[in-house]
Design a binder for this molecule. Structure first.
Ligand code: HEM
Length: 509
């Protein structure tokens, strides 16, 4: 081979490699700053420490600022730490920032790409959101008020009767509420399995959504490994659980409707809605409804329970806040239980709800998004396919923390302030913002005002000195509450009993 041919061959091979290295370096130099990357693993080791992720995210924000980037096997993860960045990108550039990450583990192997919460922004996900909004927009919520109020009376009756097991009581009542609002199903001796299946499913899904939870999310070709590989076996089991947890209650709801059951649930409302034209009985529509109702149910069951648990924890630690809230309740309500109509008259309680939502965010890093095309923002490069996390925890600490973010202080919301209300960012942004927001607000509100009216929440002796255990994953929460719940006095205990008796009598008239 001549020298010229050899030189030609050398250039042919080396130029693309050189271009790849140079462009890769330049691209990396233009990415938002972030922690140092290992030359092969990138930030894999940072990302898989999901238990410490919150602490790490705080450190990265201090060191690198409003936007932080990490990389792993060619996938870029961008963390947006301020409200301004989230609004600029997630709301003002919706066509590029409204997709969900590819997440091959949960979307393809487990099969959650049938759930509109996991789909990209497309006709099918918009269809799911449309039915959800139809049933849970603010003007539709009034119809659920009686169910929300009745549910909290039974919760309080259970708290009086089973004070020791109050954490289990909370979980059970919230699942019951979600089951009845979404499917019109009441828990009885025959269907207790809904409780275990639902929570098992929610926790397993939540633990597999953040980047770093599964290597296959960075290296999608691993999906094609044989079925005996452990993560594929796990995905198969989770797929069976998901099909059961999303599908069974929908079939149950339809059976109950056919038998003349109550017609006030999400499923019955949509299946009998005049606004949904024509195709209700098609297989395609039924399949869409099965997944849409399952999605709303799963999201509702865990999120409200976690939020109410935060409320209990805060009340036990901050008895002065509890006393002030009870003073307002007694002054405004006298000797009666609250109803949804009392919302406008209970200013301090409304502030307390906002503080519960701000103090400990249950979705601290948002639900991940994905970019659809290369983009630039503040001179930095955001590549196509980047996974985007909205650091809602940091935003609520900085926007409304007023220098004391760890204090539970509802009074901060009586003064106003913050670029936008806390409720307008904790539930996400733009086209993918939470469709259950108004239901969540109403349900948590009636629970906290009713419980505070009738009970004292008291910290167990010797507790509260150590940081409480946390569940990691996309939905986070305190795993042990270390408090007890005691009726305030005989008058309040009697109020609960007489309301419960009234409800029972109404069932038979
Ligand atoms: C305090 C309780 C709740 C909080 C803090 C919360 C928060 C969130 C957040 C941050 C997102 C991601 C939004 C985004 O990508 O920008 C979300 C999505 C979602 N939430 Fe909630 N949520 C709560 C309760 C609920 C309830 C009660 C339901 C159902 C009744 C629900 C249903 C959903 C669904 C279906 C999505 C996915 C929406 C989509 O992908 O288009 N959530 N929620």
């Amino acid at each position: 081979m001549s020298t010229q041919a050899l030189l030609g061959l050398f250039l042919l091979i080396s130029l693309p490699i050189l271009a790849f290295i140079v462009l890769g370096r330049r691209r990396r130099a233009q990415l938002p700053p972030g922690p140092p990357r290992h030359w092969i693993l990138g930030n894999l080791l940072d990302l898989i420490k999901t238990d410490d992720l919150l602490a790490s995210v705080d450190k990265w924000q201090d060191s690198y600022g409003d936007i932080v980037s990490l990389e792993c096997f060619g996938v870029t993860v961008i963390i947006l730490n301020t409200l301004e960045c989230c609004i600029d990108l997630l709301e003002r550039r919706p066509s590029n920032y409204s997709h969900r990450p590819k997440m091959p583990f949960v979307r393809e192997l487990v099969g959650l790409d049938k759930s509109f919460g996991f789909m990209d922004h497309c006709e099918e996900s918009v269809r799911g959101r449309r039915v959800a909004n139809l049933a849970f927009k603010p003007s539709a919520l009034r119809q659920y008020s009686p169910a929300l109020q009745d549910n909290v009376v039974i919760l309080m009756q259970d708290l009086v009767n089973f004070p020791q097991g109050f954490e289990g009581v909370l979980e059970r009542r919230n699942i019951q509420l979600a089951l009845s609002l979404i499917f019109g199903i009441t828990l009885d001796g025959t269907n207790q399995h809904y409780i275990t299946t639902t929570m098992d499913c929610v926790y397993k899904i939540a633990g597999n959504v953040l980047p770093g939870s599964r290597i296959v999310d960075f290296l999608p070709f691993l999906m094609y490994l044989p079925s005996w590989v452990p993560f594929k076996r796990e995905a198969k089991q989770l797929n069976a659980l998901v099909n059961d947890a999303f599908g069974t209650p929908f079939e149950d709801a339809k059976r109950r409707m056919a038998d003349g059951g109550p017609l006030s649930s999400f499923v019955s409302l949509i299946l009998s809605s005049e606004e949904i034209q024509g195709d209700i009985n098609t297989e395609d529509f039924q399949e869409m409804m099965k997944w849409a109702s399952g999605t709303m149910f799963m999201a509702a069951a865990e999120s409200t329970t976690s939020t109410i648990r935060i409320f209990f924890k805060a009340m036990a630690r901050f008895p002065q806040v509890q006393a002030r809230a009870q003073e307002e309740l007694d002054r405004v309500l006298g000797n009666r239980l609250p109803t949804m109509n009392d919302r406008p008259s209970l200013q301090y309680l409304n502030a307390l709800l906002q503080e519960v939502i701000r103090w400990e965010s249950i979705v601290p890093s948002g639900f991940p998004r994905r970019t659809d095309a290369d983009d630039t923002y503040r001179g930095m490069f955001i590549p196509k396919g980047a996974v985007i996390l909205a650091n809602s925890r940091s935003i609520s600490r900085h926007e409304h923390g007023n220098g004391s973010p760890d204090e539970f202080e509802p009074g901060r919301f009586l003064k106003g302030g913050g670029a936008r209300p806390v409720m307008d960012y904790v539930f996400g942004f733009g086209k993918r913002a939470c469709p259950g927001r108004f239901l969540a607000e109403a349900s948590v509100w009636i629970t906290i005002v009713s419980v505070l009216k009738c009970f004292n929440i008291v910290q167990l002796e010797g507790s509260g000195k150590l940081p409480t255990a946390h569940r990691s994953g996309v939905i986070q929460g305190t795993t042990s509450l270390e408090c007890k719940v005691i009726p305030r006095d005989e008058v309040h205990r009697a109020m609960i009993q007489s309301k419960a008796a009234e409800m029972e009598a109404a069932q038979f008239t």
